[in-house]
Design a binder for this molecule. Structure first.
Ligand SMILES: [Zn+2]
Length: 451
């Protein structure tokens, strides 16, 4: 057993101060109390307060190679989501498996440094540069799993079905690496991915389709009906107004309206973005118990729009956060921006009664489901000890009373306030340094795409 003493640890009901945590060799919590377990035991004392590790519910790892590189706009040009997508396709076309692995390992190490301990990798870069499947259909997925292992982050690999270049359109040449032509071909890829996941500890499987624009409507239904029923189903929906308009032209319904009418949406479904919803969709989607994955950094960067979070939350909707293109990787920053966007819209400050508590609770419970993990308790006996530790020596936190710790973190902290990140009971980041930083960084430098 390994023991820690922290100044505080957050449970759903509030802080335990101080907190003693005992973790066994498998990384599972076996002791959790404000009482010292007994005299004479070696205990690592940490001047920090502990939150459950964050879940990153939506990642396209390869896009980290272009984060921040598409921000110069020619005077007079019209740069939007669709022109950004062309730059993203160029990046996707260039990456070999070794590069994907090195970029993903660096990305995942950075996620850990910011407090994420589990990532759902929404994966569609399946084939070689000519669109030919690799001998191992799950080659690229396996590289992502390997990257997660190197970095020490937990991963849910979500290989998704990508079939079309748009509603009723054949794939573009730049999309050839994504494409499975039929449901059967995709399910074979999913089978190989399931096999790959079994080779890794701390790995799980999800599945899904890229979006309504990327798969025929009837094949989306078949994919769901023929796919596994016990793992999360992810897809993009209603990110852009053009996508909504194209969907209405193609199937006579809006994207989320179509999903509500044609799939048995429930808490296993995770709809990414849902930026453009009408009044009826907000209420019906919330009541379906399906989850929305919000990516405020990327949605802001791409000019998508603002999700109707206040109304969705008012109808008890479920949601979590993801970093998507990885333009922003800081969970507390992304959470506060979800709140601030609503404040900017409403000119009021109280989006939620107790914003920090609600933001943490909602993204944790829905984020865990996005990973295929149904435990909603922050920390409990028998669960893995996955945590982000904030430094209680920072000027503000050092002076704050425990009643204000969580709001001080959510509304003021950046990653410099993080003392470290723990996965399965062990530090993977300590004093801002990842334990495998030298190796991960040298591989990343070797493989980074030069613009
Ligand atoms: Zn995405």
């Amino acid at each position: 057993m390994r023991y820690y003493q922290f100044k505080g640890l957050l449970l759903e009901k509030g802080w335990i101060t101080p907190t003693y945590v005992g973790v066994d060799d498998r990384g599972l919590i076996q002791y959790l109390s404000d009482q010292n377990p007994s005299d004479g035991i070696a205990i690592e004392s940490v001047t920090g307060i502990v939150l459950p590790g964050f879940q990153n519910s939506h990642s396209h790892a390869f896009q980290f190679a272009m984060a921040g590189m598409a921000e110069k706009h020619s005077p007079g040009s019209s740069d939007d989501f669709w022109s950004w997508r062309e730059a993203m396709y160029k990046c996707a076309m260039e990456m070999e498996p070794d590069q994907v692995e090195a970029v993903a390992a660096q990305l995942y190490a950075e996620m850990l440094r910011k407090g994420y301990t589990h990532v759902a990798e929404f994966h569609y870069l399946h084939h070689d540069k000519k669109g030919k499947p690799y001998a191992n259909l799950a080659e690229m997925g396996e590289r992502l799993l390997a990257a997660a292992k190197i970095a020490g982050i937990k991963i849910t690999l979500v290989p998704v079905f990508y079939q079309k270049g748009g509603f009723g359109k054949p794939p573009q040449p730049r999309q050839v690496r994504f494409i499975s032509n039929t449901v059967e071909a995709y399910l074979q890829l999913l089978d190989d991915s399931a096999h790959a996941v079994t080779k890794f500890e701390n790995a799980r499987l999800g599945y899904g389709v890229h979006s309504l624009r990327a798969v025929d409507a009837s094949d989306i239904i078949s994919t769901y009906e023929q796919g596994p029923k016990n793992i999360p189903f992810h897809l993009h929906a209603a990110e852009q107004l053009k996508e909504v308009d194209d969907c209405v032209s193609a199937v006579k319904q809006r994207p989320v309206e179509w999903l509500l009418n044609n799939l048995p949406l429930n808490e296993r479904f995770h709809l990414v973005h849902c930026t453009h919803l009408n009044d009826e969709e907000v209420v019906r989607l919330a009541k379906s118990n399906a989850n929305v994955i919000l990516c405020p950094g990327t949605e802001g960067n791409l000019g998508d729009g603002i999700f109707r979070l206040s109304e969705f939350a008012g109808n008890h909707g479920n949601w979590s956060i993801g970093t998507d293109s990885h333009i922003s990787l800081n969970p507390v920053e992304d959470l506060r921006w979800l709140d601030y966007a609503q404040r900017l819209l409403t000119h009021k400050r109280n989006t939620f009664d107790d914003g920090a508590s609600v933001l943490v609770k909602k993204t944790l419970s829905s984020g865990r489901k996005a990973m295929g993990n149904w435990c909603a308790e922050y920390f409990s006996i028998g669960q893995p000890f996955d945590a982000v530790v904030f430094n209680l020596n920072t000027p503000l936190l050092a002076q704050a009373a425990p009643a204000h710790w969580l709001s001080a973190i959510l509304y003021t902290a950046d990653s410099s306030a993080i003392a470290g990140t723990i996965v399965n009971g062990k530090w993977v980041v300590k004093a801002s340094q990842h334990v495998a930083d030298d190796f991960i960084r040298s591989e990343f430098q070797k493989h980074f795409l030069k613009p």
